[in-house]
Design a protein around this ligand. Structure first.
Ligand SMILES: Nc1ncnc2c1ncn2[C@@H]1O[C@H](COP(=O)(O)OP(=O)(O)OP(=O)(O)O)[C@@H](O)[C@H]1O
Ligand SMILES: [Mg+2]
Length: 491
């Protein structure tokens, strides 16, 4: 129920109670006044008539006194005046006094008022030579009194109704302008704030409680807006710092790969040099020259491809998530790392499904993740071995604290046959700057950067390691919603 309506109803209820009480008291007092007036009038008239009756009776007889009474009755239609016999029974023309108690009082010479047969009867004793012979009876119907009470009740009811209507109107109008409308504005504003829109202050000029509340709300929105801008700026700075960190990590890997690349470029360069020398030979046939030129073109393309691969990896790019086949991330990465692996006497074995495995991801960032895992694996195999990279999808349950749901996830598993990780180090390997490598060999950023990237993609990384036997890192990524998902594990 609306606040204004509640106040309105409370006021109306209070008015009804007050007016009903006031009307009751008013009617009661009015009734008493009227009764007192009636008694006083009766006594006054009765005393006057008694004196007159006594004189007329003495001068002209009782008959004349009675007819005098009749004349008075005719002149006053509201009352009836007559001479009655106080002895107990009707005597001749005279009726008896209304009640026994009244009769006794009259007999003892007192003026008596009784209510009988719907009238107020007053008896004034008439004495002759010291004896009470008759009494003047004045009877006035009580219907006048009831009429007056009814009129008084009607009058008070009319005033009460008028006051209720006026109060309802005034409280209704004031409630609308002072409470209803401003509260609706506050409600709209609160709803906008709840939806994240902090613009459009209420701008109330009122000085009452609602006005103060509206001003406080405007001030709160201003503060929230400032805080939001600060958070946005801090988040942007954080993202920027994270991106710089990731780039730094990438550049370190590029450095590691560059020496392998230099070695790899040596072979085609030697081939090109030799073939170019053969072209120079004046005895070379046209067919031989064409074949040598083709080989030079082929080797040059190979070199360009290798350099482009490295440049693509090193280039700084903003996050660019899109639907991408996981195989198209892992395959070139394995290829790019083969030179580094070869130097460490490590063979990279790639196991991938026949059909596409689409995830929504930034290819460059995911390539960085796989590279970091693979480089760690290669570095862990100090005596060489096999680095197994497997790609596929399977039902998986995200770790505690992860917001993802259990279901089908794409995975990339990087397993090495290296030294393994000491159990006490396992909880720390994803911490930034945690490294067990010699100074200058590792920064300890690789896994923390990989973890951050995978987390940003809605995935997670699992680690299993056995000291002296090897380690297995599995990164999980949510499947792209549009990707077809046949049942079963394709790994
Ligand atoms: N495959 C692995 N086998 C054994 N230990 C590993 C393996 N991967 C990571 N670690 C351990 O985790 C630590 C942290 O790895 P991380 O990749 O974050 O840093 P790093 O390899 O030491 O340095 P960077 O990656 O900057 O060259 C490593 O120093 C190593 O002790
Ligand atoms: Mg590393």
């Amino acid at each position: 129920m609306k606040l204004a309506l509640k106040i309105q109803l409370a006021l109306v209820a209070a008015i009804i109670v007050i007016m009903a009480g006031a009307a009751y008291v008013h009617v009661l007092l009015d009734f008493r006044d009227y009764q007192a007036d009636m008694v006083q009038d009766h006594e006054f008239l009765g005393t006057a008539l008694r004196d007159t009756v006594t004189s007329v009776w003495a001068a002209d007889g009782e008959q004349r006194a009675s007819s005098l009474m009749d004349s008075v009755s005719r002149m006053q239609p509201r009352i009836r005046v007559r001479l009655v016999d106080p002895s107990g029974a009707d005597v001749g023309d005279h009726a008896a006094v209304a009640t026994d108690a009244a009769r006794q009082a009259v007999a003892s010479g007192k003026i008596v008022h009784v209510r009988a047969a719907g009238s107020l009867c007053t008896y004034v004793p008439v004495t002759k030579l010291g004896d009470v012979h008759r009494a003047v009876e004045i009877a006035e119907p009580l219907s006048y009194e009831q009429e007056r009470i009814r009129a008084s009740i009607l009058h008070n009811s009319a005033i009460s109704i008028a006051m209720i209507v006026a109060t309802s109107l005034v409280t209704g109008v004031l409630g609308f302008f002072l409470i209803g409308r401003p509260m609706r504005e506050l409600e709209r504003k609160a709803r906008r704030v709840g939806a994240g829109d902090l613009s459009g202050p209420i701008g109330s000029r009122r000085t009452d409680e609602i006005g103060h509340f509206a001003k406080e709300m405007d001030a709160m929105c201003e503060r929230l807006d400032e805080a939001r801008k600060e958070v946005a700026a801090e988040t942007a700075a954080r993202i920027d710092a994270l991106e710089q960190l990731r780039h730094a990590d990438r550049m370190r890997t590029v450095g590691q790969l560059a020496s392998g690349l230099a070695h790899e470029l040596g072979t085609p360069l030697n081939v090109i040099l030799g073939r170019a020398g053969l072209i120079e030979d004046p005895d070379a046939t046209r067919e031989e020259t064409v074949e040598n030129a083709r080989i030079i073109v082929e080797q040059t393309r190979r070199m360009t491809g290798l350099v482009r691969q490295l440049l693509d990896f090193a280039r700084r790019k903003g996050p660019d998530p899109r639907d991408v086949d996981v195989r198209d991330i892992v395959r070139p990465t394995a290829q790019m790392l083969s030179h580094l692996a070869g130097k460490a006497r490590v063979t990279i074995r790639l196991d991938e499904p026949a059909e596409a495995l689409t995830v929504s991801a930034d290819p460059a960032q995911m390539q960085q993740v796989v590279t970091n895992l693979a480089v760690n694996g290669i570095q862990a195999m100090t005596r060489g071995g096999t680095l197994q990279i497997s790609v596929g999808k399977r039902d998986a349950v995200p770790p505690p604290g992860h917001t993802g749901r259990p279901g089908m996830y794409a995975y990339v598993e990087v397993a090495d046959e290296g030294m393994g990780i000491a159990p006490e180090n396992v909880p720390h390997v994803f911490d930034p700057f945690f490294t067990t490598k010699e100074v200058g060999e590792g920064t300890g950023l690789g896994l923390s950067v990989a973890y951050g990237i995978v987390r940003d993609h809605g995935g997670w990384i699992e680690l299993m390691s056995e000291l002296g036997k090897g380690s297995r890192f599995v990164l999980y990524l949510p499947m792209a919603p549009s990707a077809p998902q046949p049942a079963g594990d394709c790994a």
